[in-house]
Design a protein around this ligand. Sequence first.
Ligand code: MN
Length: 234
Amino acid sequence: MQETVIPRPEPVTLAVQGSSARFPVRRIYCVGRNYADHAREMGATGRELPFFFGKPADAVLNVAEGTEGQMPYPPQTHNLHHEVELVAALGAGGHNLSPEQAARAVWGYAIGLDMTRRDLQAEAKKQGRPWETAKGFDHSAPIGPVHPVAATGDLTKGHIGLTINGEQRQTGDLSDMIWSVPEAIAYLSTLFELRAGDLIFTGTPAGVGAVVSGDQLEAQIQGLGTLRVTIVQA
Ligand code: MN
């Protein structure tokens, strides 16, 4: 490998269920408002085209099967919100994919948390500014192991939910998505050339809310097990 003038950043990888090999992360794209009940709680009124934002790949906090992640409470917020989401991990990419091609590009699925500084997001919306500091901060993307689609099949329905300290906060069904996973990826591929290694957070059902230091989060998606994350004092 070519010599570098500063240490090379560590590549970001995710654990893979049933394998010792890892899934390398290229980019993280996120879909906004993709469940009707959450869109309503955020103020939307009707079906709109999907919209997207990003997180840096190294915002990932990977939590291996059977372990518990520790997410430091981030600075500069007093309103850190949880958003449980199905994450699609791409094994292929391309431009202008059809939904059928997009479905075939999915290598696997994981449970993810799109952690959000809601106070900074509200201020950014008000001022017409970017969401970067609200969405793309360090450790803002806790994520469990990738389950190969070869083992899970296409995930188009099933429970998605989140508890805090054992209490149910978010609940929904994957079939409630406004834009299905293949539809969202197909549309995203008209805006960006997608590649193997890209992760797509596909939106969250209703019930988002604040977490505080010490909270124990359990995110569940039928077929993908449980993602456990504790919020810790930074
Ligand atoms: Mn989200």
